[in-house]
Design a protein around this ligand. Structure first.
Ligand SMILES: *Cc1c(COP(=O)(O)O)cnc(C)c1O
Length: 419
């Protein structure tokens, strides 16, 4: 992954196309890890960054503030659930999760319940690459298992075995619900006195295996958090800004107010894939709770917090998204992924094909040999970067039907070729 010899040199990037140094053009199926939702070299975002650059590129975010950050806070609080009223700007998704965990720990410590200092999560998750976030990843996950000995392990509930395809979820029977929730319920019953929060990715589990699960699970999980006095932390870093078909994945539930998290993390697409920025958003209850033991300061203050260039990029990206017919675009991509990837179901070695919003996933039975497969995709004129058993597409929302067809056809061709 870090070996530059294996990497392709990019000369330019615009729209959905990455152009390599040798002139070959690749249709981008990755949005640079979920982030470049508007494609590349977007004039509105570029100009927002350069306008800010001419004023100042950075100032310390302690005792000082700036308009791009204030405007970003307004925009974000506008599109997230009303109880979420307080915002912390973080440098990256992993840091946003670290901050969320610290918020939860400080909250319980300020309530004089310092023993509530562990976390519970669900298997199949991914929350970042720093130490606290690695610990939350699926213990089977190949990315992090070499560090297992030094990580402070959370309690891990089974992965929600209630696959979801985006259709009406009310059909999920109460017996299934009971079965699914029993495992989580049991763990909470045993451990709740030592637990600060439940952390999960709502509806779509990303890098931990690309599973989509029934929104009813989320509703029940929120109820259990209330019952056992845990905070609910939702990680919408991958799913935020429309990727799953809703602005945020929790909105797939029809009763949004019944799944409102106590703390929510966003990142990835926040700046439209241009600069590193993430945010941790929380409620007045949590902020007041943290304040109960003194000055109420959250113990986290990164040097480049609230970088004005990144905030300007985020403002431009959010404006662009809201002004665009993004819901229709994602719906169209969903349909074209369904149609385009359907032939994969007949290919030997394919275990499952799943589509939700602008996310198309092919799960293979065996891990993929990246060295072998990567050049095959490039030869097809597409940029697809498989991971372990997963070949997946999450293109920019502005991708044309023709470009998307090229992507799905390439996946079908390459997977057939492998057999
Ligand atoms: C990518 C990701 C993170 C980590 O974000 P970074 O910006 O890579 O640190 C955390 N959670 C989820 C769900 C992610 O997809």
């Amino acid at each position: 992954m870090l070996n530059p010899v294996d990497s392709y040199l990019v000369r330019s990037a615009a729209g959905s196309i990455l152009t390599l140094e040798d002139g070959s053009e690749l249709v981008d199926g990755m949005s640079s890890w979920w982030s470049a939702i508007h494609g590349y070299n977007v004039p509105e975002i570029n100009s927002a960054i350069t306008t800010q650059l001419e004023k100042f590129s950075h100032i310390m975010f302690g005792g000082l503030t700036h308009t791009p950050a204030i405007e970003l806070a307004e925009r974000l609080l506008d599109i997230t659930p009303p109880p979420l009223q307080h915002l912390f700007l973080a440098d990256s998704g992993s840091i946003a999760i670290e901050v969320a965990l610290k918020m939860a720990l400080q909250f319980w410590s300020a309530q004089d319940r310092p023993e509530k200092n562990r976390f519970i999560t669900i298997a199949g998750g991914y929350h970042g690459d720093t130490f606290a976030t690695m610990a939350l990843a699926d213990p089977e996950n190949g990315m992090h298992n070499r560090f297992n000995k030094v990580l402070r392990k959370p309690i891990v509930a089974p992965r929600p075995e209630c696959a979801w395809d985006g259709k009406d979820y009310s059909a999920w029977s109460s017996s299934e619900t009971t079965q699914q929730m029993n495992a989580l319920n049991k763990l909470l019953q045993t451990h709740h006195k030592e637990l600060a929060a439940l952390i999960l990715e709502p509806i779509v589990q990303g890098a931990g295996g690309m599973h989509f699960y029934n929104p009813n699970y989320l509703i029940s999980a929120r109820k259990l958090c209330d019952k056992y006095e845990l905070l609910l932390i939702t990680d919408e870093i991958a799913t935020g800004f429309g990727r799953s078909g809703k602005m945020f994945a929790y909105e797939h539930t029809t009763a949004i107010e019944s799944v409102t998290p106590d703390i929510m993390a966003i990142g990835k697409a926040l700046t439209g894939g241009t600069m590193s920025l993430a945010a941790t958003i929380t409620t007045k209850k949590v902020v007041d709770g943290i304040a109960a033991d003194g000055d109420g300061t959250l113990m986290h203050g990164p040097t480049f917090m609230g970088n004005p260039l990144a905030c300007s990029a985020a403002n431009a990206s959010i404006d662009l998204l809201l002004a665009s017919p993004w819901e229709e675009r994602v719906k169209r991509i969903e349909q074209e992924l369904q149609t385009g990837l359907a032939p994969c179901r007949d290919i030997d070695g394919v275990a499952a094909v799943r589509v939700l919003g602008a996310i198309g996933v092919i799960e293979m039975r065996e891990p993929i040999n990246m060295r072998e497969i990567q050049p095959l995709f490039v030869a097809q004129g597409v940029w697809v970067r498989p991971f372990e058993k997963l070949v997946y597409l999450m293109p920019p929302y502005i991708i044309s039907s023709k470009e998307l067809k090229k992507l799905t056809a390439a996946v079908v061709a390459v997977l057939s070729q492998l057999q």
